[in-house]
Ligand binder design. Structure first.
Ligand SMILES: O=C(O)CCC(=O)C(=O)O
Length: 211
């Protein structure tokens, strides 16, 4: 993708991407009101080639939305892979299958859609929100996120205020999973930063009817 400055690390370039173990390694943080977050730094190893693929021409789209009666650019690029659309790297398909298997008892259905967001630099961001379009507005569900590229923190706070926010640093190859009531009782955000950061791609796996 043109204009995305990215410096691959020599170390990563020689490595094949691999998925680590999930069992016994994921750390669960229990939140209030039936919400929880699982976190596993470095789940994907040797992920430089995946980042290279994701920063290529995979059909990223700029969106606009209405704000204060004006149309503004959404400050990140988006790519949505619907059920059965092939993902741009086989390891991402494997990651989705591994997550479906690992969370089978809690989720009771597969992760099937894949949303991707490209944060080109520190000016790109997403404001506080829950993924409450569809079933997740009324039902518990899981949203799994694998992060590639420059580290950015995922912030979480209880919906409606009245609690401290939590910060999950998301670096290259890290996994975070929001579960239980998290999408409707908590909100999450990726804040803007004045720090000089390179591109970050977030890959989100969701069950059908959740976005
Ligand atoms: O960038 C991320 O990892 C979070 C993305 C997100 O919250 C969303 O697209 O709903």
């Amino acid at each position: 993708m043109h204009g995305i400055a990215h410096q691959p690390s020599m170390f990563d370039l020689v490595d094949e991407p691999t998925l680590g173990r999930l069992e016994d390694r994921i750390q669960r943080t229990t939140l209030t009101r039936g919400a929880w977050v699982d976190h596993l730094p470095g789940w994907v190893g040797g992920s430089e080639s995946i980042l290279e693929t994701l920063l290529g021409d995979i059909g990223w789209r700029a969106e606009r939305r209405e704000m204060y009666e004006r149309e503004v650019d959404v400050p990140r690029l988006l790519r949505w892979y619907d059920v059965d659309e092939e993902l741009p790297h086989p390891l991402l398909t494997e990651a989705r299958e591994r997550l479906t298997a690992y969370y089978a008892e809690e989720l009771r259905e597969p992760f099937v859609t894949t949303g991707m967001c490209l944060y080109r630099d520190g000016r790109d961001s997403v404001a506080w929100h829950g993924d409450t379009t569809g079933r997740s507005s009324s039902q518990d569900t899981l949203v799994a996120i694998v992060s590639f590229g420059s580290p950015r923190p995922l912030m979480l706070r209880p919906r409606g205020g009245g609690g401290d926010s939590l910060k999950f640093p998301l670096g290259h190859g890290d996994l975070v999973v929001m579960g239980g009531s998290c999408q409707r009782t908590w909100e999450h955000a990726i804040p803007k930063t004045a720090k000089k950061v390179g591109p970050r791609v977030s890959v989100q796996f969701r069950p059908i009817g959740v976005s």
